[in-house]
Design a protein around this ligand. Structure first.
Ligand SMILES: [Zn+2]
Length: 177
């Protein structure tokens, strides 16, 4: 049973999410009201998954995710936001194992968390062919994802895309090695 930390600045959202997750047999180990508190709780509670709102006072979800990547690289992050659109989703991709829009949460949240909970992230270190900066890529090892393929990832340094040949799905990264 995956332990989840809920991060949202609205009390009503935290309460609703906690009830939903409890009902679906996820263990909510704590909650936080902003990114700064989320980082403290990740250190204290060591959750497996952080369910992260993006727009919050004090520290937003993307800044917090960047820091959580550094201090607890095996922690999986699922963004939950009111923002829609592929551009925004792509912007969170370097940090996220999952992305759920709040308008579709009733339908998408539980399947996304079940998928993320089943992922074991394998880390590979690769060099960007453009700028030669070495960086870590997280590769999913999960049943049903073992399909040979090519993934395009964008470089953490020069932001140009390069291709990664992997047996499984790239779920996060790159991060600077
Ligand atoms: Zn590069």
């Amino acid at each position: 049973m995956a332990r989840i930390l809920i991060v949202d600045d609205h009390l009503a959202a935290r309460t609703t999410l906690r009830q939903l997750l409890d009902w679906h047999c996820f263990q909510v180990c704590g909650d936080a009201q902003n990114g700064k508190e989320a980082i403290e709780k990740v250190i204290e509670l060591k959750p497996e998954i952080v369910l992260m709102d993006i727009n919050m006072p004090v520290m937003n979800g993307i800044a917090a995710a960047t820091e959580i990547r550094r201090i607890a690289p095996s922690t999986k992050i699922v963004f939950m936001t009111v923002h829609e659109g592929p551009g925004f989703r792509a912007g969170t991709k370097p940090f996220a194992h999952g992305f759920v829009s709040k308008s579709a949460a009733g339908k998408d949240l539980i399947p996304t968390l079940e998928r993320v909970a089943g992922i074991t992230a394998n880390e590979m270190t690769l060099e960007c062919p453009h700028c030669k900066v070495r960086q870590k890529i997280h590769v999913a090892v999960a049943a049903g994802l073992a399909e040979k393929g090519r993934q395009r990832v964008s470089c953490v340094n020069c932001h140009r895309e390069f291709e990664v040949r992997v047996a499984d799905e790239v779920v996060g990264g790159p991060f600077v090695a």
